[in-house]
Design a protein around this ligand. Sequence first.
Ligand SMILES: CC(C)(COP(=O)(O)OP(=O)(O)OC[C@H]1O[C@@H](n2cnc3c(N)ncnc32)[C@H](O)[C@@H]1OP(=O)(O)O)[C@@H](O)C(=O)NCCC(=O)NCCS
Length: 307
Amino acid sequence: MIRTAEKNDVKILAALYNESIYGKTPSLVSWALRTVPERILVVERNRKIVGAAYTDVCDYNNLWSSYFVFKDVSDAKDLIDHLMKIREEKGHRNFYVFHPKEYAELRVELIIRGFLPECLRKLDRMDYIIESYDSSFKPDYKITPPQKRKLRVKIRKGRKEDVKPLATILHKSLPRDFEKLQNAKNCVKYWLKEPKYMIVAEYNECPIGVLLLSSEIGPVTDKNVGMLCYIAVDEKYRRKGVGTTLIEEACGILRQDGKSNIEVDVNMRNIGARIFYARNGFYPFWYSRGYMPHNDGIFHRKDFNSI
Ligand SMILES: CC(C)(COP(=O)(O)OP(=O)(O)OC[C@H]1O[C@@H](n2cnc3c(N)ncnc32)[C@H](O)[C@@H]1OP(=O)(O)O)[C@@H](O)C(=O)NCCC(=O)NCCS
């Protein structure tokens, strides 16, 4: 059940916030409980409060929610759905969610509902992500359950004989980037000049996945940032942990090279990849409209000091 808070919920909510990432009740929530408790929504299960969030409507008729706290992500999910309904019923323009960057599981719920990140905001020494939903993007994406068996792969650097199999994987997996097989072959050949940044996952002596890092420093990066250019896993072997193994290896290499984080830009419609990056510790920090020829891009980052 979802209801508005009452003043005597203070103690229970304080206990919930103390145990959470915030470490204490955020001052906005304390203030609201004293003066406008109806702005706090609480989730109850078996008559126990298991989740809460602060909500508000700004002058431009946008619905806001922040300081989500929950025992289980399903409680936060119920709050999001409840607020999405309120937005629709009351005709609020946008629905904004403000959440700590570490809330990857909450972000997955936002991704599949069509939320898009807006920006990163530091407050009280914590990094928050602001995401918004205006109903113009409805991905209609269903997450399939995880496979129990993960694949043990061998990780190695790229080799000359990889050109054909890796080009095929890149061409099939990223058709917008590699429209023609020849483009993908040229890409693999180019990366062979720097095989250390070409990470290959092999199974039964066949390459089944690849991750390409860039050694270049880009205009939006600095020497501390490693750039992930492409990652692709043969469709037959997906959701078996191969992509994650490639990311772990890439992060290890970049750390050895003295980098402090890794970045990647993702097509906003690539829901599977956005979930994959969320589950691998990446967070969005920049939403760039029209960044890709036919789509918006979302820049993601993973900090090594938080591994
Ligand atoms: C993105 C990609 C590399 C992931 O590789 P993978 O080997 O399937 O990834 P993993 O098995 O390590 O996935 C780790 C977790 O990420 C999430 N995930 C990965 N792919 C997902 C998908 N399509 N949908 C939902 N969640 C996904 C899951 O939580 C998964 O864990 P689980 O299977 O135990 O639930 C692969 O799907 C791919 O090659 N896609 C096409 C190319 C592409 O889009 N590349 C990214 C461009 S930026």
